[in-house]
Structure formats: structure tokens, C-alpha cells
Design a binder for this molecule. Structure first.
Ligand code: HMG
Ligand code: MG
Length: 298
């Protein structure tokens, strides 16, 4: 996008719902997607094609895909954990897939039942298949700041995995703070050299707000030129294989942050209220970032 616009990719239906114990039916998910689009959301990651035993909440990925709003200006991504998931996503019609590579053996093992090396090699196979099929790719470097199991992650490790995925043909890389364990200084140290070497337009930043630093980290990334961010309506979510992980940075708070510094997102904050209320009702969880409660008090 031009430098005064930013992309907010709504991952709530995937990252937000994947760890929710209350099953949310396909119809409700489709209604949430419709409300998000009405609010101006144009980028969504609504599903993952993963083992239904591992994540029952995503078992309806193909069925939900058929029910999503269809318009030329909507950009959908499906998360895929392995080649089988990639093939399912491609067959469901996704033009973009999101791969996952974590920074440690332990996290890859818990998340994908693969070592770090196996997961990296698996991503390389998926990237090659996607290139042959003409499917666009984004690779999450998950646990980029801290591993849920092994603690702090060296800057150079995250950078080297991002570089390896670009070398293997990934169009984009999403630098992901799975457990909200990072800080703005780390964001600068990781992203500064990556942005210089690969260009800001090839990066997404994916933040979980576990400890309240997501806004500071998002601003640091934006200041470095990053214009693509993941977020989840009302802050819904967390990775089911990362103990202690809470939801992504709330979409409404991210939109407020970006708009407040002059970056247009196209998303109407008030317009998100209905989608958030429906998600809260469906999951039985109180939801909502800071900005909507402030707006309600005015
Ligand atoms: P496994 O048991 O090693 O897989 O699990 P397998 O290849 O041995 O297959 C076992 C069974 O699963 C077989 O079925 C396969 O067909 C089936 P069975 O013969 O038993 O009936 N299977 C699949 N079914 C549907 N879709 C598939 C698939 N693959 C195999 N893609 C596996 C390995 C990767 C499948 C499993 O561990 C898995 O699904 N993991 C997904 C975990 C997950 O969803 N994690 C959350 C997403 S990542 C995240 O949230 C982080 C992120 O937000 C960024 C951040 O915050 O850091 C992205
Ligand atoms: Mg996540």
C-alpha cells in the first residue's frame, strides 16, 4: 500500500477461535465475517486446514470457506501446517496460504509434531508446491521474540529463519509474538535489518497482547515502515499449543493506533462493535479492546 495506508489482516476467526473451548458453528462464523467486511475489513484469515483432532474448532474450514463473503476486494488467507493442509487450502480456492515455522524444536514439536529442521524443510516443500500452483505465500516465524517453552529467542535466530523462508520462495514473512513476550527494543533489533534487506512491504507483524506491549511494538514496526499487521476482533484468542498465550492485539485498538498516527486502514472502529458482540456471545467470553469502552463512555 502507499505509505499512508496500512493493511489490517483480521485473524480472529482463525487465531481467535482456535483455542476457544465452546464450539462456534459455521453460520455464526460466517455472520462474523460478514460484519467485519461491513466494518471495512478487507484482509481476513478465517480458517486453518489443520488436523481436526488437534484443533476441533477449525474442522469446518472448507464449509466456512464456501460461506464467506465473495468480492473482488476481499483477500483471504488460510493457515496450513503441512503439505496436506496446503493441498486442502488450494483445493478450497485460497489464493494465499500462511505457513508456520516456530523458532525452537520444542515449540515446533508441540505445534506441528516436527523438529525445527523438519518444520523448516516441510515449509520449503509447501513453498515449492505453492510456487508451481501460483499460490501466494506468507510464512509465520512463530515465537519470534520468545518461545512459550524455552524462553527468550535470539534476534539472529528469528532473522535467519525469515531469511531462510524468503530464500525458499516465501512472498511474505509474518514476524509473530505468540505469547506477547517481546518488547519494542527487540522489535527494532529484529525488524530493522530485515526491513533494510528485504523491504518493509514483505512483512507482516503478528502480535499477541499478553503483557500489554503490543501497541508499543506495533508502533515500533510502523515507524520502521511496516504497513501490514494481524489483529483479532476484541482481542479474541491465543495459540492452543502455547500455554499462557492470550489473544492477538485487538483489531479496534490497532486501527485506533494506526489511524491516530495518520495511517489509513479503511476500517470503521464503531462498525466492529457488532462483530465483537457476536463473537463474545458465541464464545461466552467478554471481549473488547480499550478503545471501544472509551468510545462507549463518551
Ligand atoms: P500428526 O499427528 O503428526 O500428523 O500431526 P500425521 O501426518 O501423522 O497425520 C495424523 C492424522 O491427521 C491423519 O489422519 C492425517 O490425515 C490427519 P488419520 O489417518 O489419523 O485419520 N492430518 C490432517 N487432517 C487435516 N488437515 C491437515 C492434516 N494433516 C494431517 N493439515 C499436524 C501433525 C501438523 C497435522 C498437527 O499437529 C496439526 O494439525 N497441527 C496444527 C496445530 C495448530 O493449528 N496450531 C495453531 C496454529 S499456529 C499459531 O496459532 C501461531 C500463529 O498464530 C503465529 C503466532 O502467534 O506465533 C500462526
Ligand atoms: Mg498467533
Amino acid at each position: 500500500p502507499p505509505s499512508d495506508t496500512a493493511i489490517v489482516n483480521e485473524v480472529g476467526l482463525r487465531d481467535g477461535l482456535q483455542n476457544q473451548p465452546v464450539p462456534v458453528d459455521t453460520d455464526t462464523k460466517a455472520r462474523i465475517a460478514g460484519l467485519l467486511v461491513e466494518a471495512g475489513v478487507r484482509y481476513l484469515e478465517p480458517v486453518s486446514f489443520v488436523s481436526p483432532k488437534a484443533v476441533p474448532q477449525m474442522a469446518d474450514a472448507a464449509a466456512l470457506t464456501e460461506r464467506l463473503p465473495r468480492r473482488d476486494d476481499l483477500h483471504y488467507t488460510a493457515l496450513v501446517p503441512n503439505l496436506k493442509g496446503y493441498q486442502l487450502a488450494r483445493d478450497a480456492g485460497y489464493a494465499t496460504v500462511a505457513l508456520v515455522l516456530s523458532t525452537t524444536d520444542t515449540f515446533n514439536q508441540r505445534n506441528l509434531n516436527m523438529s525445527l529442521e523438519q518444520a523448516a524443510a516441510s515449509c520449503e516443500s509447501i513453498l515449492q508446491a505453492a510456487r508451481e500452483d501460483g499460490v501466494a505465500t506468507r510464512t509465520y516465524v512463530s515465537g519470534a521474540f520468545a518461545c512459550p517453552y524455552d524462553g527468550p529467542v535470539p534476534v539472529a535466530l528469528t532473522q535467519s529463519l525469515a531469511e531462510r523462508m524468503f530464500a525458499a520462495g516465501s512472498d511474505e514473512v509474518a514476524i509473530a509474538d505468540t505469547i506477547g513476550g517481546g518488547n519494542p527494543r527487540q522489535m527494532k533489533d529484529i525488524m530493522g535489518p530485515l526491513v533494510r534487506d528485504f523491504g518493509a512491504e514483505r512483512f507482516y507483524v503478528h502480535l499477541h497482547d499478553t503483557r500489554g506491549l503490543a501497541a508499543a511494538m506495533a508502533w515500533e514496526a510502523a515507524d520502521l515502515g511496516v504497513r501490514r499487521f494481524d489483529a483479532s476482533l476484541g482481542g479474541l484468542g491465543g495459540c492452543p499449543f502455547a500455554p499462557g498465550a492470550t489473544g492477538n492485539m485487538a483489531t479496534e485498538d490497532l486501527v485506533y493506533l494506526l489511524e491516530s498516527v495518520g495511517l489509513k486502514t479503511g476500517i470503521e472502529i464503531e462498525g466492529l462493535r457488532e462483530a465483537i458482540a457476536l463473537a463474545a456471545e458465541a464464545t461466552g467470553r467478554p471481549l473488547g479492546g480499550r478503545i471501544l469502552s472509551w468510545m462507549a463512555s463518551q
